[in-house]
Design a protein around this ligand. Structure first.
Ligand SMILES: *Cc1c(COP(=O)(O)O)cnc(C)c1O
Length: 397
């Protein structure tokens, strides 16, 4: 069994993907060919924002967002302690200071109360300006943007949504007109939002890729410039120091085919499989020894996930010793079932951040790093495979 079966997806879409790749090779427009603009238009429309600018990867997408917002030395940028390294790495790369915030143990996402504590703690130190929040849609579930946006507004901070794993998720929110509710899509919740097209993300290409989303014309123009060496009125007029960060035409052409399948059935299929996992776990935990608890993913009311990961928590009620996660993974592997630990180390414990001051305690992030386990999940997994994962896991415990 594959953890994320990209080969099976390719077999399903092969005819169209092969044709798209041949078309690009034939066209000769390998950089910024027409599929790039077409993809950007389709993505912006789906997400519900004015501008989508593609780039070389999800990490660059975050860097471009920080550059457009003018974030740098002396600025505090609040980042969840439980995420992929990129979310915080880009902050340090721009010379700003990442401030790690604890997460909600049920959603895995930034806890607004911890954000409040961290802001107050930074303000008491007076040597950094609270400038922005990078809220991450971890494992496909959008962060609590209602509360995070309210806090950011109160403090005069920007919100950046790191939607690398969140593309396709949504939150039911009041309409701007005040008349009823609407489901708003991930990558529309930040002042600037980003995503990644790394192959294993909910919408992935066949290499590296990423995109930035915003409604703001001025930031969009800056990002357009920053992604091509800080270009001015034309390519060889360079008005600022930028990056070389474009999405290849080939990747854009592949993504257009994959995006169609994503909208037509993949997102719905992966949601059905997540529901099936949870239903099976709920029905089987009664066979578990009392020493171990399995917690299945929690999706708050009004939220939908794009299921970048299906992540359970394995915990031992206090006083019963520790649980050996590696031994369980080895047992699963021996029976042909891959599993992954996303993520084993909170940001605040990473060697690269050992000089970064901690402004807030992050007990939930520390605990999750010890008890999470991600299971095989993708739109082409079968009910039989899901059942096999759950049964093998329960019997291995
Ligand atoms: C994958 C990921 C990124 C970075 O994306 P790349 O395309 O690999 O650079 C950033 N943030 C999160 C949360 C991610 O999962």
């Amino acid at each position: 069994m594959e953890f994320r079966d990209l080969k099976k997806q390719y077999q399903a879409l092969k005819t169209d993907i092969d044709q798209a790749m041949v078309d690009v090779a034939t066209s000769g427009a390998y950089i910024m060919g027409s599929p790039v603009k077409e993809l950007e238009k389709e993505l912006a429309e789906y997400v519900g924002v004015k501008h989508c600018l593609s780039c070389a990867n999800g990490t660059d997408a975050l860097t471009l967002a920080l550059k457009a917002l003018g974030i740098g030395k002396g600025d505090a940028v609040f980042v969840p302690d439980f995420t992929f390294f990129s979310s915080a790495e880009v902050v340090s790369l721009e010379g700003a200071t990442p401030v790690f915030v604890d997460v909600d143990p049920r959603t895995f996402n930034m806890d607004p109360r911890s954000l409040d504590d961290a802001i107050r703690s930074v303000l008491d130190h007076m040597d950094l300006r609270p400038k922005a929040v990078i809220a991450v849609d971890l494992f496909g579930l959008p962060a609590n943007f209602t509360d995070i946006r309210a806090i950011a507004k109160r403090e005069g901070m920007y919100v950046i949504e790191d939607g690398a794993q969140g593309f396709g998720g949504s939150i039911r929110m009041p309409k701007a007109s005040g008349d009823g509710f609407e489901a708003r899509r991930a990558c529309s919740f930040g002042d600037i939002s980003t995503t990644s097209f790394f192959p294993a993300k909910p919408l992935g290409c066949y290499g590296d890729g990423g995109a930035v989303f915003t409604d703001n014309d001025e930031w969009a123009a800056l990002i357009e410039s920053y992604r091509v060496h800080g270009k001015g009125s034309f390519k060889y007029d360079n008005v600022r120091i930028g990056l070389n960060s474009r999405l290849d035409t080939l990747q854009a052409a592949i993504l257009r085919i994959k995006f169609r399948a994503f909208k037509e059935h993949e997102l719905a299929d992966v949601n059905k499989m997540a529901e099936y996992y949870t239903q099976l776990f709920d029905g089987m935990t009664k066979f578990l020894k009392k020493e171990i608890q399995i917690t299945t993913p929690y999706i708050p009311d009004g939220y939908t996930s794009s299921w970048a990961q299906y992540t359970i928590q394995l915990s031992v009620p206090s006083g019963n010793g520790t649980f050996n996660r590696e031994a369980l993974q080895a047992k699963l592997k021996a029976k042909g079932i891959p599993s992954m630990v996303y993520y084993p180390t909170p940001m605040s414990q990473q060697t690269a951040f050992k000089e970064v001051h901690s402004y807030a305690l992050t007990p939930n992030a520390q605990n999750l790093a010890k008890c999470v386990l991600s299971l095989p999940m993708h739109p082409y997994i079968t009910r039989e495979e899901v059942r096999q994962v759950v049964e093998t896991l329960i019997s291995s415990l």
